[in-house]
Design a protein around this ligand. Structure first.
Ligand code: ZN
Ligand code: FE
Length: 252
């Protein structure tokens, strides 16, 4: 089986959409459908025919184009229950098939209660929506810190070389915040420089890799001794350390 081809495209302020394509079967999936015009342009530029849409959560920047694109392409729609236009509703632990590959569904509530992430173990590929960002995590609009920490812990169980596609280009701002709570982390310092260079050149910083996130993303490092001591929380539970990091980011 050939590796999937991947086409990432930007839309709105700082959103990323992704097309996945199998050149053997011609099948193409799109993760989220926040902007119909951008989706049409991505499909036109690749020449791929959309067969599936995978929705991560109900927010408009992920769903606004869903009904138009599904109607125009006839693509099968997968996602959380309660999202208009999702025909196949999914829940934690379920899976579905994309062109011979198993797509595992991980529920990762926190940013919203309905958040789903998609994992293709065969490709070491994960789509983390607004749960895990490069050096960041989603704001807690509907869930609480304990819930989000459990969701991030679930993602950290994926293999270290899993490629992570997330839904927003927030990385430069996330790097500045990360340095404020983890100032002596040399891997973080190096990455912040690399990110600045990428952004100066107009390049995306997504996708990322789980191992790099574990090293440099403060929201995955609530168990790290240096961060805990920096925050004066040496003996607090990890979820409380995470909550404090999230609280600081909200007002950074
Ligand atoms: Zn969102
Ligand atoms: Fe979003």
């Amino acid at each position: 089986m050939m590796a999937l081809e991947i086409h990432q495209f930007g839309y709105d302020q700082d959103n990323y959409g992704v097309l996945l394509h199998d050149s053997d079967s011609g099948a193409t999936a799109m993760v989220d459908a926040g902007n119909a015009e951008a989706a049409r342009a991505a499909l036109a530029s690749t020449g791929w025919q959309l067969t599936q849409i995978w929705i991560t959560h109900h927010h408009g920047d992920h769903t606004a184009g869903l009904r138009d694109i599904a109607a125009e392409t006839g693509a099968a729609t997968y996602g959380p229950p309660g999202v208009h236009g999702v025909a196949h509703s999914l829940a934690e632990g379920e899976s579905f098939v994309f062109t011979g590959r198993q797509v595992d569904v991980l529920a990762t509530p926190g940013h919203t209660l309905d958040m789903l992430n998609f994992h293709l173990a065969s490709e070491k590929l994960a789509f983390t929506g607004d749960t895990l960002f490069a050096m960041g995590c989603g704001r807690l609009f509907e869930g609480d810190a304990e819930m989000m920490w459990a969701s991030l812990t679930k993602l950290m169980a994926l293999e270290d070389d899993t490629i992570i596609y997330c839904s927003h280009e927030y990385t430069a701002a996330n790097a500045a915040f990360a340095l404020s709570v983890d100032p002596d982390n040399q891997a973080l310092q190096r990455r912040a420089e690399a990110i600045a260079e990428l952004r100066a050149g107009g390049h995306p910083t997504v996708p990322t890799i789980m191992a790099l996130e574990k090293e440099t993303n403060p929201f995955l490092r609530a168990g790290d001794a240096a961060i805990r001591s920096f925050l004066g929380m040496d003996s607090a539970p990890d979820s409380a350390v995470f909550a404090e990091i999230r609280r600081r980011k909200d007002s950074f």
